[in-house]
Design a protein around this ligand. Structure first.
Ligand SMILES: CC(C)(COP(=O)(O)OP(=O)(O)OC[C@H]1O[C@@H](n2cnc3c(N)ncnc32)[C@H](O)[C@@H]1OP(=O)(O)O)[C@@H](O)C(=O)NCCC(=O)NCCS
Length: 169
């Protein structure tokens, strides 16, 4: 079985928060942050498996602190666990006040990506090897998160089947 170290999918991106990214309060739009999270996570997933991937789900995104216009955000993501065809990615968004240097984790999330071929058929992915204590903690706790995700998906499917799509006309 093909394996990759967790650090091989580590991806880092820094950017300045500008007015078009903000809401009326002068802080960053949550939707913009979510879009950046999906973007960087997709790079980590692609790097891990070197195959086409799609987002299967995003776990809750916790917005811990607002991010002000003029701040720098730095995002980091990496693959924390794999099953057969799916990969769990952990993303952290850190804001830095460029004047004071103060940094804090403003948002974090786990996402799941699935590898597919050109016909959309799911493909197996390499296993991931954790090295540091923190990586091992994330890796060991992943099966429980996978289980909860599968339960959530099953509930979402049941509700979706009941949703009266006909009324959206
Ligand atoms: C994600 C997708 C490929 C899964 O395909 P599927 O036919 O449902 O396949 P399966 O049920 O066999 O699941 C395949 C893998 O996806 C995982 N998966 C499926 N739905 C999931 C979900 N909602 N959350 C997390 N993992 C999920 C399964 O656990 C399985 O992982 P494993 O092989 O590692 O055990 C398919 O549902 C899809 O294409 N969804 C739309 C994706 C999309 O358009 N994303 C947004 C734009 S990129």
């Amino acid at each position: 079985m093909d394996t990759k170290k967790m650090s091989q999918s580590r991806t880092v991106k820094a950017m300045l928060v500008l007015p078009p990214d903000s809401n009326a309060l002068g802080t960053m739009f949550g939707g913009k942050v979510m879009s950046y999270i999906d973007d960087i996570a997709s790079i980590s997933a692609f790097r891990h498996c070197r195959q086409q991937i799609v987002t299967a789900s995003t776990d809750s995104v916790d917005f811990l602190y607002p991010i002000s216009v003029g701040a720098m955000i730095c995002m980091e993501s990496f693959v924390t666990w794999t099953h057969k065809t799916s990969m769990e990615i952990y993303v952290n968004v850190i804001s830095e006040n460029l004047k004071t240097g103060e940094r804090m984790v403003c948002a974090s999330s786990f996402l799941t990506f699935v590898a597919i071929d050109e016909n959309g058929k799911t493909q197996t992915v390499p296993q991931v090897i954790p090295e540091t204590e923190f990586e091992k903690e994330l890796h060991n706790s992943a099966p429980e998160r996978y289980k909860r995700r599968m339960e959530r998906k099953s509930q979402s499917k049941k509700l979706a089947e009941k949703f009266p799509v006909e009324r959206l006309k």
